[in-house]
Design a protein around this ligand. Structure first.
Ligand code: SAH
Length: 220
């Protein structure tokens, strides 16, 4: 067996282990667990940290940014209850890993990233994997992506002092959004649901994310 095949097998074993860890951390939605098996996380992180790709922890991806902790990403997907026909907006493409998970779960995925190089790298990997339902945009995600609104779900993968109003406006009736709200050190992952009676808000868990930098986030 060639060394590449051996490496692939090692990654496959590590991926199974990661899914087990995610399950132990309370993720029971089978669709969510299944997509973690479908997407090879090591393809989305820089070569120097590929050996850490299947740890349940954030991984540095350059430009002072990190790929988020997998079990936390799984929690996003479980809480948002994403359905196959839905249109989803992601703020903070980063490595593109969560974007790929969304590509398997949702109908259409729109993802905004402020760092051009990260978006370009994500595009290359997503194209190699032949995703055709994912659109990427380089820009300030605190103003959302109005062109394709409204969205059934919005995921914000960076921490904000307040919820950007544009994102609430771009949420469909019945839609759900998850965003880490708090200071730069610690945040609360917060769920917003647009109901006929108004906006429902619920605290989900404590978390730590890199800052959301932009017009309606932290100052750049
Ligand atoms: N889900 C990604 C998380 C990356 S970290 C992953 O697992 O790889 C958060 C990302 O949000 C960073 O890449 C950062 O550059 C980006 N970001 C921060 N502020 C932003 C903004 N206003 N608009 C778009 N992206 C932003």
């Amino acid at each position: 067996m060639g060394s590449e095949a051996l490496t692939d097998r090692r990654f496959e074993r590590q991926r199974r282990q990661l899914i087990e860890t995610i399950r132990e951390r309370g993720i029971h939605n089978l669709e969510v667990l299944r997509v973690f098996d479908l997407v090879a996380r090591h393809l989305f992180v820089p070569e120097g940290v590929q050996h850490r790709a299947y740890e349940d922890s954030p991984v540095p991806i350059g430009f002072s940014q990190t790929a988020s902790q997998p079990s936390l990403q799984a929690l996003y997907l479980q809480v948002l209850e994403i359905q196959p026909h839905q249109k989803v907006l992601e703020i903070g493409t980063g490595s593109g890993y969560q974007t790929a998970l969304l590509g398997h779960l949702a109908g259409h995925v729109y993802s905004v990233e402020r760092i051009r190089e990260l978006s370009a790298r994500a595009r290359t990997v997503l194209d190699d994997l032949r995703f055709s339902n994912i659109a990427l945009l380089v820009g300030d995600g605190t103003i959302g992506w109005s062109r394709f609104a409204p969205y059934d779900a919005i995921l914000v993968a960076a921490a904000s002092p307040d919820v950007p109003q544009a994102l609430l406006d771009q949420l469909a009736e019945g839609g759900r959004m998850l965003i880490p709200l708090g200071d730069r050190m610690e945040q609360t992952l917060t769920l917003f649901e647009k109901t006929p009676e108004g906006m429902r808000r619920e605290d989900i868990t404590a978390c730590t994310f890199v800052p959301l930098l932009g017009r309606f986030g932290w100052a750049e």
